[in-house]
Design a protein around this ligand. Structure first.
Ligand SMILES: NC(=O)c1ccc[n+]([C@@H]2O[C@H](COP(=O)([O-])OP(=O)(O)OC[C@H]3O[C@@H](n4cnc5c(N)ncnc54)[C@H](O)[C@@H]3O)[C@@H](O)[C@H]2O)c1
Ligand SMILES: CC(C)=CCC/C(C)=C/C=C/C(C)=C/C=C/C(C)=C/C=C/C=C(C)/C=C/C=C(C)/C=C/C=C(\C)CCC=C(C)C
Length: 585
């Protein structure tokens, strides 16, 4: 099932046992060591409260940190208030018994060297940082259910080289070879257009007009896909129901919804960046990205404060010149659980929209636009996560780093139906003790299944569900259960507690067919001075996605603060137009 293959060059560091890879890894760690303190007791819990910041950012996930990085790079006075002990939120890491585990998945898009869509690389560069990465030869290895055409199960590897992937998928569906090429080629039309634009705020008309003038073809191409979903494009070219299910799965593993619910612009980004920039793993673990960002932010005079639990967004009556018809209020600061108040000209929330507007603002102040958002979007499930340390010899040579296991198509979207597996120590052996590997298995799950239990029942259920999942994974890794030396199970309750995300949700998903990319709000909100960033804003879930939202947010805020040029007069009309279209979706 795990086909062996030859791969050399960039991939030479992959086989964890090889002396070459370990030596190479030691060099990498020495050359790119981050000064970020390893002892959390050394991390700052204070920042001045007697100043008015240009931006007060609630939350140090990748969305909040990117916004901070872009703003400090412009000379803005910024404070990031993070409730937890370390930065990165869903993209942080933690250490146990010699292992460094990524909290979320380990599959990084946007980490290449070229183009304009290598957003993680660019976010780090904006604060003078660059990280060593290890290229992954495949994005993912799919293990799909058997069918009459594929009695052993549909088995597909998404190779880094586009042509190799298309050839492999076409070999599985020879009658659809032309359709496969046409579908993915259309994704390239979207990606190539994205990859020629400067990535800034799509709700800033001066920038948008400038891009239309510089790149009219790219902008018109993207405009033509604004309201298109991926399923519609797939069905133009592909008829085989099993292949259409596969395309659904291609979307589901990152959007948690099927192709009909996934905007085509996002699919263009994901389905092509994996071949253009490739999937690249940061040496030292995913959390090292956030740590490097924090170093860059603080080196430029920004503050990142830990154990800073924001309880309230402070608002006051505002002038009614806002474009909105609602009572005008302006966000002016935040209050922490310990009573400290931080004041800012702009307040930026990296918490989810649910946590921001129901939790920090209070439902009585919920703007109409947020009520509409709640009709269009619902919370996606959370994840059940099993972090394991295993004996290395349970993984055959050339095992792929990421796997997806679906046993029946009906199960795909069900809780615990699709199993996701990431094994980042195959790329960076320093994450595990010698002779050991990390297996991180995770699967969508709802918080309701984990409520109302005694602590003992909760612990027993965690172990029972993890046993069941490990038994299913034996199909991919025979002998797995006997090879496990460390196992820790996180549930949706764990995600809620440590990531402060309501119900532990992975992010918003559309409640009905979305209007392509236009359904999702950008960064401004109808409360003056209050912005959202992260996966509750366009383009949604994903590290490179929330980094893009950080680029957009920083640009919009910088224009509103007068630090970048804009067209305030056109702003209002343009915002009104976007809202008009969105409210009708
Ligand atoms: N490989 C992958 O693609 C991968 C891996 C991991 C995570 N992710 C993605 O990362 C995305 C999330 O990124 P994000 O930046 O939107 O959010 P996030 O949840 O990662 O970060 C939000 C941060 O805000 C903090 N916070 C929340 N409420 C707070 C409060 N009241 N006071 C202070 N701090 C508070 C949290 O502790 C957290 O650190 C997810 O959608 C997921 O898709 C992707
Ligand atoms: C008018 C208007 C508004 C406009 C006009 C036209 C134009 C110009 C347009 C433009 C546009 C743009 C620029 C856009 C942009 C976009 C973007 C950037 C997007 C992005 C996206 C991204 C994404 C979505 C991503 C995602 C990812 C993810 C989620 C991932 C995940 C992963 C996981 C979970 C893993 C899996 C695992 C295994 C397999 C194991």
């Amino acid at each position: 099932m795990l086909r062996a293959r030859a791969f050399s060059g960039a991939n030479a560091g992959r086989s964890s046992g090889s002396r070459r890879s370990l030596a190479c890894n030691r060099f990498i760690n020495a050359a790119f060591k981050t000064p970020y303190p390893t002892d959390t007791a050394q991390l700052p819990t204070e920042a001045p409260t007697d100043v008015v910041y240009d931006a007060v950012i609630i939350g140090g996930g990748m969305g909040g940190l990117t916004t901070a990085a872009k703003l400090v790079a412009k000379g803005a006075k910024v404070v990031v208030l993070e409730k937890y002990l370390v930065p990165g939120g869903s993209a942080a890491h933690y250490k146990r018994e010699g292992y460094t585990f990524d909290v979320g998945s380990s599959m990084m898009f946007g980490f290449g060297d070229q183009g304009t869509t290598n957003l993680i690389t660019k976010a780090l560069e904006s604060v003078g940082k660059r990280m060593q990465t290890v290229p992954d030869p495949t994005q993912v290895h799919y293990h799909c259910p058997p069918s009459s055409a594929h009695p052993e199960g549909l088995n597909v590897q998404v190779w880094r080289k586009y042509e190799d992937f298309v050839a492999e998928l076409s070999a599985r569906f020879p009658a659809e070879a032309a359709g496969i090429k046409s579908f993915y080629d259309e994704c390239w039309a979207v990606f190539n257009s994205l990859n020629s634009l400067e990535m800034k705020s799509l709700e800033e008309p001066r920038y948008l007009m400038g891009e239309f003038v510089k790149n009219p073809i790219a902008c018109l191409t993207l405009a033509s896909y604004l309201i298109t979903n991926t399923g519609d494009v797939a069905r133009k070219y592909i008829k085989d129901p099993e292949l259409l299910k596969f395309i659904d799965l291609e979307c589901f593993i990152w959007s948690t919804v099927n192709a009909d619910m996934t905007p085509m612009i996002n699919a263009g980004m994901v389905f092509c960046d994996r071949h253009f920039g490739g999937i690249n793993y940061p040496v030292g673990g995913v959390g090292a990205i956030a740590e490097n960002m924090v170093d860059g932010i603080t080196e430029r005079g920004g503050h990142v404060v830990y154990k800073a639990n924001v309880k309230e967004i402070i608002t006051e009556a505002a002038d009614s010149s806002s474009s909105s018809s609602e009572p005008s209020i302006r966000a002016t600061g935040v209050r922490l659980a310990d009573g400290r108040v931080f004041r800012g000209k702009s307040i930026i929330s990296n918490a989810t929209r649910w946590d921001t507007f129901e939790g920090l603002m209070g439902e009585s102040k919920m703007p109409e636009s947020e009520k509409l958002f709640r009709k269009r979007y619902k919370k996606s499930p959370s994840f059940l996560s099993i972090h394991m340390g295993v004996k290395a010899d349970v993984l055959p040579p050339d095992t792929d780093v990421h796997h997806i296991l679906v046993e029946t198509w009906e199960q795909m979207e069900q809780p615990r139906g699709t199993l996701f597996v990431s094994m980042p120590s195959l790329l960076d052996p320093s994450l595990a003790p010698p002779g050991r590997h990390i297996i991180h298995a995770f699967t969508p799950d709802w918080i309701d299944a984990w409520q109302g239990m005694s602590p003992a029942e909760y612990e027993a259920k965690k172990e029972a569900v993890a046993d069941e999942i490990c038994a299913r994974l034996e199909k991919l890794f025979p002998g797995l259960r006997a090879a496990i030396e460390f196992r820790e199970v996180g549930t949706p309750r764990t995600h809620r507690r440590y990531l402060s995300r309501e119900d532990g949700t992975y992010g918003p998903i559309p409640s009905r067919r979305p209007l392509g990319m236009l359904s999702m709000p950008f960064n401004s909100t109808s409360v003056q001075g209050l912005y959202c960033v992260g996966d509750s804003t366009f383009p949604g879930q994903g590290v490179n996605a929330v980094v893009f939202s950080g680029f957009g947010c920083a640009h919009r805020v910088a224009v509103d603060l007068g630090m970048e040029p804009g067209w305030p007069a056109v702003d209002k009309a343009y915002a009104g137009l976007l809202n008009y279209v969105r409210d009708r979706s």
